[in-house]
Design a protein around this ligand. Structure first.
Ligand code: HEC
Ligand code: HEC
Length: 111
């Protein structure tokens, strides 16, 4: 009986985890649903940098961190979220995005 309870508790914990996120390796972005992250990747990231999915991903496994561009992009996402949270929102200013620097290019212009 006790063993059965244990199994029930463990399996319900796993089920709950699954409901919490459909995504495997999302550490910075606030999304838990595949549809939400797909919209962000399709409409925002690729356009603002002028690249395709495979610039950052192994398209057979989107959760993999094997691509170095993906790791840079994750840090950039974290940077943008921090700027918005700590600077733009408190000042009630328009939020920044990748576009503000990248303007549709992988490498922003330096002068
Ligand atoms: C500039 C780099 C970049 C490009 C281009 C990009 N992604 Fe991503 N993608 C990321 C990063 C970084 C994460 C992880 C974010 C995090 O950890 O919060 C991610 C996560 C994901 C995930 C979540 C996988 C999981 O379960 O962990 C999916 C799905 C995904 N991307 C799909 C796409 C698709 C489809 C495209 C093309 C339309 C695309 N991405 C283009 C950087 C990129
Ligand atoms: C404050 C300006 C700024 C913002 C905002 C910004 N970036 Fe960047 N990003 C840069 C600079 C500068 C570089 C380095 C370019 C170089 O070395 O030539 C860079 C480089 C990158 C690279 C590396 C390209 C490579 O060849 O490895 C990726 C990927 C990237 N950014 C993704 C993003 C994403 C995704 C966002 C939005 C979430 C973002 N960046 C927002 C300034 C910015």
């Amino acid at each position: 009986m006790r063993l059965l309870m244990c199994i029930l508790i463990i399996s319900s914990a796993f089920a709950e985890d699954k409901i919490k996120s459909e995504l495997k390796n999302v550490r910075v972005l606030p999304f838990t649903k595949k549809a939400e992250i797909m919209k962000y990747m399709n409409k925002t990231v690729t356009k603002e940098l002028g690249v395709k999915c495979n610039f950052c991903h192994n398209i057979k496994n989107f959760a993999s961190d094997e691509n170095a561009h993906k790791l840079v992009a994750r840090e950039m996402m974290s940077m943008v979220m921090n700027i918005n949270k700590n600077t733009m929102k408190p000042l009630k200013l328009h939020e920044v995005s990748c576009w503000v620097c990248h303007r549709g290019q992988k490498h922003p212009d330096h002068n």
